[in-house]
Design a binder for this molecule. Structure first.
Ligand code: OGA
Ligand code: NI
Length: 363
């Protein structure tokens, strides 16, 4: 039997667990001591990240009439890609109203009765629908979250009948939100290309031009009675090309790795959080690296986030672009399709940067 056909254990909805009023969490959510949110690897127990944040970019400035403003903005994005792998963008052209409506519509979806959501229960063959785990390893430690996963691009995979029928505005909002985000990703791909000294369309073309993939993962992190023992989402890098995350307006939770520390992202109103995925690391031959991130939970408030993944056409071979391969810097990764690549996280669940690092051709 194909190991991806069904889940290895009965699925438990984390939201239902949380709402049952339990005071301690089941063992399968308790992480080993070193993986817990407050464990510190190398000593610095009092590390304070309250004054640190990922870079903030005003995207409108890339269209400025003033060349020095344009160049400075491009260079800020370039530094953010090299040093953080993460940044926030404001004035990105997507209406704050649409962002808010879409997020609040999804919050309503998760607040519907369990039976209604169960109609969309997903399986590991496609992951489309309502889910509560990533990975199919029996006995694996699980994360404290539920999600809804759907395909937006290519058109052949887009099937609004698999999207929630309720709230009534869901399908229309997801369509409009998706169109807007595909456009924004197109702009960011050009910026990344230019910053790497390529023609502006080169990254997009390497992703398959119009035939890119895009999917939406809506994460729901319920309140947790013992947030210090678990994680909402374990450390991982995003396997695809680039991610646009719309975080919860009121509740922080995303943490980005910086050396041995985890920096909590402080969301800016109406911003998207942008991050580089593994496929851009491969195409750029690791000039840009995907960066590990994770999500912590809390005992006070639920949290909703929308992760929009912009990916290469899934059957194209992705390998370091020839512009980045030299005698001194040979190709670090062998060619692989995204279809093959994403099987790993879908089988094993989130594993830090283990996958992309395992590919690195040995020196
Ligand atoms: C993801 C992710 C972060 C968040 O879905 O890949 O990293 O804040 N989400 O929910
Ligand atoms: Ni992620």
């Amino acid at each position: 039997m194909n190991c991806l056909q069904s889940w290895p254990e009965p699925i438990v909805r984390v939201q239902a667990l949380s709402e049952s009023g339990i005071k301690s969490i089941p063992e399968r959510y308790i992480k080993p001591a070193l993986q817990r949110p407050n464990s510190v690897k190398h000593g610095d127990r009092h590390f304070d990240d309250s004054q640190i944040n990922i870079p903030l970019i005003d995207l409108q400035n890339i269209y400025s009439n003033d060349e020095s403003v344009r160049n400075e903005t491009l260079s800020c994005i370039s530094n953010a890609c090299r040093e953080w792998g993460f940044f926030q963008v404001v004035n990105h052209g997507v209406s704050p109203e649409l962002m808010k409506q879409t997020r609040e519509m999804w919050r309503e979806f998760f607040n519907l009765p369990l039976e209604l959501k169960q109609e969309y229960a997903n399986s590991p063959t496609t992951y489309e629908g309502y889910g509560s785990r990533l990975g199919v390893e029996k006995g694996a430690k699980l994360d404290w979250s539920d999600y809804f996963f759907l395909h937006f691009m290519p058109h052949s995979l887009r099937n609004p009948n698999k999207w929630p029928a309720l709230p009534p505005s869901c399908r229309e909002l997801v369509s409009e939100y998706g169109e807007n985000l595909v456009k924004l990703c197109g702009v960011l791909m050009k910026v990344l290309s230019i910053n790497l000294g390529l023609q502006e369309d080169q990254f997009q073309n390497a992703f398959g031009g119009e035939e890119i993939g895009a999917c939406l993962r809506v994460n729901f992190y319920p309140k947790c009675p013992q947030p210090d023992l678990t994680l909402g989402l374990s450390p991982h890098s995003d396997p695809g090309g680039m991610t646009l995350l719309l975080p919860d307006e009121n509740v922080a939770g995303l943490q980005v790795r910086r050396g041995d520390n985890w920096i909590t992202v402080k969301p800016v109103p109406n911003a998207f959080i942008v991050n580089i995925g593994d496929q851009i690391q491969v195409l750029s031959n690791a000039i840009y690296k995907s960066v590990e991130h994770r999500v912590i939970v809390n005992s006070e408030k639920d949290r909703v986030s929308l992760a929009f993944f912009y990916n290469p056409k899934s059957d194209l071979l992705i390998e370091p672009m020839k512009e980045f391969v030299t005698r001194n810097r040979p190709a670090l990764y062998p060619p692989m399709t995204y279809d093959e690549y994403r099987l790993y996280i879908r089988t094993k669940g989130p594993c830090g940067k283990a996958q992309v690092e395992s590919l690195t051709s040995s020196p």
